[in-house]
Design a protein around this ligand. Structure first.
Ligand code: IPE
Ligand code: IPE
Ligand code: MG
Length: 238
């Protein structure tokens, strides 16, 4: 009997290209971010329709603080607006919201809205939207090392018996399965510090489409490409 294809449960996306999308139109970068936020709604709907259990979106990296303060502020305001507008939708579609990252480093306004939305949607079971905010893969590993160090010092973990499975428990959210598929929009061939541990065996899909142009059809195309991949995880084809 043919082996079932690895089921696609979790898609992670590096949403990139908002600035270039705006520049191509002679608009401010903020216009690109605004259209980008709109596409989050579109792609989230499509992801649910396609039966994905987890959609993780890289929304703000630990490195994005290097941008001009007014762009950072604009992104934070967009996040607040997104949460206000989307919460009723998340409830209606029974989508649970989670975050990854040093979210306590976000400004008070969006941080409070995030915590409220996470609490309000915690029991939803129609799929999970994970927003990576103030997220860095290296920061996550450092934070995990700190937690682990404290657990060892408290005598709760024996370093000699630590393995990959136990290490996972110290990551931001061990419940979330590793992404099966990583999509990066706008053609850039790098991870930009995203999910360094979790992407170890994810299938990679890079499209030249800019994030504000990425919608339902583009997601369907990425999923179709995933379906043609042969995941071996270091083994050999059965
Ligand atoms: C992605 O678009 C949005 C964030 C990183 C927050 P960019 O703003 O990086 O767009 P480009 O890469 O400049 O086109
Ligand atoms: C990655 O995009 C971060 C997010 C999508 C939030 P960037 O635009 O920040 O990445 P680089 O600077 O091109 O690597
Ligand atoms: Mg970019």
């Amino acid at each position: 009997m043919a082996e079932a294809k690895s089921k696609l449960r979790h898609v992670a996306i590096i949403m990139d290209g908002n600035g270039r999308w705006a520049r191509e139109r002679g608009l401010e970068r903020s216009a690109g971010h605004r259209q980008g936020a709109e596409q989050v709604r579109v792609v989230l709907e499509a992801a649910q329709e396609f039966g994905l259990e987890y959609l993780t979106l890289y929304a703000f990296s630990t490195e994005n603080w290097k941008r001009p303060p007014q762009e950072v502020l604009g992104l934070m305001n967009l996040l607040s607006e997104f949460l206000d507008r989307q919460l009723p939708q998340l409830m209606e579609r029974k989508i649970r919201l989670k975050t990854l990252g040093r979210t306590d480093g976000l400004p008070e306004g969006p941080r409070r809205k995030l915590l409220q939305a996470i609490a309000a949607t915690a029991e939803n079971r129609g799929g999970t939207l994970v927003l990576a905010l103030n997220y860095g893969g290296r920061a996550e590993l450092v934070d995990a090392a700190r937690k682990l160090g404290r657990a060892v010092a408290a005598g709760k973990v024996n370093p000699e018996t630590l393995d990959e499975q136990k290490f996972r428990d110290f990551l931001y959210d061990p419940e979330i399965p590793d992404p099966d598929l990583l999509i990066r929009t706008s053609g850039e061939l790098r991870l930009s510090n995203f999910l360094l541990w979790q992407l170890a065996y994810s299938e990679l899909y890079v499209t030249p489409v800019l994030w504000p142009d990425f919608g339902r059809n583009e997601l369907a195309e990425a999923i179709a490409a995933y379906g043609r991949r042969d995941r071996r995880f270091g083994g050999i084809k059965s």
